[in-house]
Design a protein around this ligand. Structure first.
Ligand SMILES: Nc1ncnc2c1ncn2[C@@H]1O[C@H](COP(=O)(O)OP(=O)(O)O)[C@@H](O)[C@H]1O
Ligand SMILES: [Mg+2]
Length: 645
């Protein structure tokens, strides 16, 4: 934003009063001493009580007033406090919203006052016209004399013309603006040192401030809360520039409870809150690869675990292993050769009024098999439905809850049921799942479940599952976790790292979305981490996941993704720049209606567990602190001991 060209310089207006050194002691008059009456004894022995004010002649003003006010050239001393007023004489040419932020958040108390005077556009236009003519004359004279044109005059002329145009069109209005800063301090030395700091802060935002020398009384009054501008040192501003001086720019994301998320890079305050206190506890994280997404989520998990939340995580990169080991969690690896199994046909055995558990399970299985089998015609869908019902029935399981504790069928049973239907379409379907029953994919999801989530920190690794199978594996694991979450409601965080895998298929995306929507009801906060912004946000479901996440973190973005991000998160130009230029672990955190720039920080101890940089490998702890048992693949450990870092 550009500050309008000033047709009138402010310095002319600096009041040049004669030096006033005024000492105004407020000394109460000595109370009249009653004349001694010699040896006479007063008649009435009872003393008369008078109100002290009556006796000494003091008004209420005298009582609240400071003992003395001493006005010096460059400071004013009120009681024991010294004050110095600065006025702003020069402004930068360009300003951005919140440009006064360093001053507003200055870490010493300052009395700041702004005065805004609306002005008649006509007088300004007259002034402008005169100035423009003068400057044009100056330029043409320079040209005639063969002199180089003064570039600063050219710049001013350009500004004046654009301002003139905007004023004429009524796009902008015109104001006079005055800006005073009064610095309080306990001593003269402190006053001088704070003044220097304020001046350098102002210089850093290209604001030129001057001492209101010889005018300290007026300066003091102008920044006292009387709404009276007695200094009247003004500068003109247009509407847009004026709007940028709005002082309430910082969003404090600090509350008394919760965990530390990072440091507000705007004012260095801590960002602390409890995600379970928001309207929902979901979090989405978007950033380029290596920007610190997993790092942030791991830190959050570690800190939330200490605050009593349970953590369940799906880890496609084997990134959470060190952390899991450090906190004594359980790390479950899914691969063809690992002993951990999940049977997608498991029934939740959670009974909610009006819900048909078997029906819901069959719906979920439909989605799953659509991902596994690919495109299905309506008649194939009907066949699949019938085959699923038959498969359960063959095991004695019906809609009756009492039958649902029986051993569930396996994928092999479905395969057999399809073959048994003896129609070409069903045989076609059977052939599409054959590889899970007797082909190359045997060994992961074709056996009864042998794991459980008992550990408060449980991570499922799917790295060793091949790429095409990963969304299917994530789907099955999520379904397993979701069952657990509903069965036993507790404060939980479910992390889905690299969640864009789930967005690759309509049905897996739908499933993720259904968890996002219902998580709050089960005291669950779902964290989705995505580096593929385009993939995620180009789908309605991706956008809906974002809208249904009260917490959102944006770290470094690529130029290719920034526009999509800016559109989804309503980012300003400045925020876009911040994200493009962000360092590792820096970005913007949104929590409910607030957002603030964040810097994610970890203690040295935490860093060791959450980093995955190969160069940090040597600093990784070899022996795990406070950990008593080895990490088991299948058997849950007892309550972990958490390192108190
Ligand atoms: N806030 C941070 N402070 C210090 N180092 C960080 C921070 N965030 C990330 N890193 C470093 O960058 C590496 C990559 O971060 P990571 O979170 O794994 O990236 P990604 O965004 O791809 O998940 C981490 O292993 C860690 O070493
Ligand atoms: Mg990552």
């Amino acid at each position: 934003m550009k500050l309008p060209f000033s047709p009138k310089t402010t310095n002319e207006e600096i009041t040049q009063n004669a030096p006033v050194v005024q000492v105004a002691p407020v000394v109460p008059p000595t109370p009249a001493v009653p004349k001694s009456s010699g040896f006479t004894i007063p008649k009435a022995s009872k003393p008369t009580i008078t109100r002290p004010n009556d006796t000494v002649g003091l008004g209420i003003d005298d009582i609240v007033a400071p003992a003395s006010i001493e006005i010096n050239f460059d400071s004013i001393q009120v009681g024991s406090v010294f004050y110095r007023t600065l006025f702003v004489a020069g402004y930068p040419r360009f300003v951005v919203p919140g440009w006064l932020e360093p001053l507003i958040n200055f870490d010493h108390s300052l009395d700041i006052s702004f005065f805004v005077y609306p002005t008649e556009a006509r007088t300004v236009l007259d002034d402008l016209r005169r100035k423009i003519t003068e400057m044009e004359a100056e330029i043409s004279t320079d040209i005639q004399r063969g002199k180089l044109v003064n570039p600063s005059t050219e710049a001013k002329l350009e500004d004046a013309k654009s301002l003139q145009e905007q004023l004429v069109k009524g796009i902008e209005r015109f104001y006079q603006f005055s800006f005073y800063i009064t610095i309080p301090a306990a001593s003269e030395e402190e006053l001088n040192s704070i003044t220097r700091r304020v001046e350098s802060t102002l210089a850093s935002i290209l604001v030129n401030a001057k001492h209101a020398t010889l005018d300290m009384r007026k300066g003091f009054l102008s920044s006292a809360p009387y709404g009276k501008d007695v200094l009247t040192i003004t500068r003109n501003m247009d509407t847009t520039s004026l709007a940028t001086t709005f002082p309430f720019t910082t969003a404090e994301l600090s509350s008394d409870t919760g965990i530390l998320y990072g440091i507000n890079s705007q004012n260095d305050s801590f960002i602390i809150f409890d995600r379970f206190s928001l309207e929902n506890s979901n979090l989405t994280v978007f950033a380029t690869s290596g920007a610190g997404k997993s790092f942030f989520v791991k830190l959050e998990s570690l800190r939330s675990l200490m605050m009593g939340a349970e953590i369940i995580c799906i880890d496609p990169e084997n990134e959470y292993k060190a952390l899991t080991e450090a906190v004594g969690g359980e790390y479950i690896t899914f691969s063809f050769s690992s002993p951990s199994k999940i049977n997608p046909f498991d029934l939740s055995q959670v009974y909610e009024k009006g819900e048909n558990q078997l029906g819901l399970k069959i719906l979920t299985l439909h989605s799953l098999f659509k991902v596994i089998m690919g495109q299905l015609t309506p008649s194939q869908e009907a066949l699949l439905d019938r085959a699923l019902i038959n498969t359960y029935r063959a095991k004695g399981i019906t809609q009756d809850p009492d039958t649902q504790h029986l051993e569930p069928p396996l994928i092999e049973d479905l395969y057999k049921a399809l073959i048994g239907m003896e129609v070409p379409d069903a045989i076609d379907l059977a052939s599409r799942i054959e590889k899970f029953v007797k082909g190359s994919y045997v060994g992961i999801f074709d056996q009864q479940t042998n794991i459980d989530i008992k550990n408060p920190f449980t991570v499922f690794s799917v790295r060793d599952i091949q790429d095409t199978l990963r969304p299917i594996a994530m789907f099955i694991i999520l379904d397993f976790i979701w069952t657990k979450v509903r069965k036993d409601v507790k404060k939980r965080i479910l992390v889905v790292d690299e969640a864009w895998h789930m967005m690759r298929y309509e049905d897996t995306a739908q499933f993720l979305w259904s968890i996002v929507k219902r998580a709050r009801k089960y005291y669950l906060g779902l964290t989705t981490i995505t580096q593929d912004v385009e993939d995620f946000l180009s789908q309605d479901i991706g956008k809906a996941v974002v809208t249904n996440s009260a917490m959102r973190l944006l770290l470094k973005q690529s130029p290719a993704a920034i526009d999509r991000i800016a559109e989804t998160f309503y980012l300003s130009q400045g925020e876009k720049q911040l994200l493009l230029a962000a360092n590792v672990g820096e970005g913007i955190l949104f929590a409910g209606p607030h957002h603030a720039p964040i810097k994610v920080v970890a203690s040295a101890e935490e860093y060791k567990f959450v980093t995955t940089k190969p160069s940090d490998a040597s600093t990784k702890p070899v022996a795990l602190p406070l950990q008593s048992a080895p990490v088991s693949e299948t058997v849950a450990l007892t309550q972990p001991e958490v390192p108190l870092t």
